[in-house]
Design a protein around this ligand. Structure first.
Ligand SMILES: Nc1ncnc2c1ncn2[C@@H]1O[C@H](COP(=O)(O)OP(=O)(O)OP(=O)(O)O)[C@@H](O)[C@H]1O
Ligand SMILES: Nc1nc2c(ncn2[C@@H]2O[C@H](COP(=O)(O)OP(=O)(O)O)[C@@H](O)[C@H]2O)c(=O)[nH]1
Length: 252
């Protein structure tokens, strides 16, 4: 069980006595999830949040890709679903992700891409208490435009958009120089079905987080206009000490 971190760390700051007899105030850890339909800007915004607030960004898609690359049992299984354009089953996702979260007991994090089903939300809930959930509400036409222009570096999951954040060299990843690709399911004809699927799956999760009072929804057509609102919300929620996560403050 890692409710809000190690056993000694509660939702607020906690005082413990160290081996040398010092009392330490443990910094509060912060746990958040970002949700939204494909193309809503989850990846783009979580990158910004991770940099601005020094949180660890966790991406379920990245976990899946890492496990596929490492040929783990769960990765081999996940691949068979992804190749068919399907979501990875809940029991495989939780097997991939929950052990990773257990390694994160001393870190603040933001999760992108998980939970995607109510079963995943319940599994996450039994593992830790979330502080905040960001839900992005972006009009269909905007999603369609963005995704038709989304280019991906498949090995890393790095994402570009030819208008909004183009790569330095057209068609090439900035870091590796490898070619970028477009996903078939980013094409407009696949989007309607993906969106319907997202709405069906997300509704009970959103209702759950709403009932817990931790849901914050942001609507708009431009990430740069939504970002200041997210930034100011998080500035009020994330204590400055969480930027170093495990920082211990000596107390008299
Ligand atoms: N929480 C999850 N549950 C089930 N499958 C998942 C989950 N997260 C990732 N996957 C699988 O990994 C694939 C890649 O995920 P990733 O989030 O990178 O991209 P995506 O599905 O194109 O999402 P988006 O378009 O919203 O960015 C998904 O298509 C899905 O098959
Ligand atoms: N034109 C435009 N593109 C954006 C904006 N915000 C994000 N994007 C691009 O839209 C695409 C989808 O964003 P991404 O962060 O991958 O969304 P996700 O699928 O929710 O993770 C990417 O190609 C982004 O570079 C924006 O405000 N305007």
């Amino acid at each position: 069980m890692l409710r809000n971190g190690t056993a000694s760390v509660r939702n607020d700051t906690d005082t413990v006595r160290g081996v040398a007899g010092y009392k330490w105030r443990m910094a509060k850890l912060f746990r958040a999830v970002i949700m939204g339909p494909p193309g809503s800007g989850k990846g783009t915004i979580s990158e910004r949040i991770a940099q601005r607030f020094a949180l660890t960004r966790l991406s379920s898609g990245d976990f899946v890709r890492e496990n596929i690359a490492a040929n783990t049992d769960a990765g081999v299984l996940a691949k068979t679903y992804i190749e068919r354009g399907l979501l990875v089953p809940d029991h495989v996702m939780t097997r991939l992700l929950l052990p990773r979260l257990e390694e994160m007991t001393r870190h603040s994090w933001l999760m992108d891409g998980f939970p995607r089903t109510l079963a995943q939300a319940k599994a996450l809930n039994s593992t830790c208490d979330l502080d905040l959930v960001i839900s992005l509400n972006i009009p269909y036409e905007t999603l369609k435009e963005r995704l038709s222009d989304r280019w991906i570096h498949p090995a890393s999951g790095r994402v570009y958009n030819m208008g909004f954040n183009p790569p330095h060299v057209q068609g090439r990843d900035d870091i590796s120089g490898e070619p970028l690709i477009q996903h078939d399911d980013d094409k407009p004809e696949a989007l309607v079905a993906r969106l319907r699927h997202y709405k069906d799956m997300a509704k009970p999760i959103i209702d759950l987080y709403k009932s817990k009072g931790i849901l914050h929804t942001f609507s708009g057509t431009e990430t740069d206009r939504i970002w200041p609102y997210i930034n100011s919300l998080l500035s009020t929620k994330i204590p400055s000490t969480s930027q170093t996560d495990t920082q211990r403050i000596p107390m008299p």
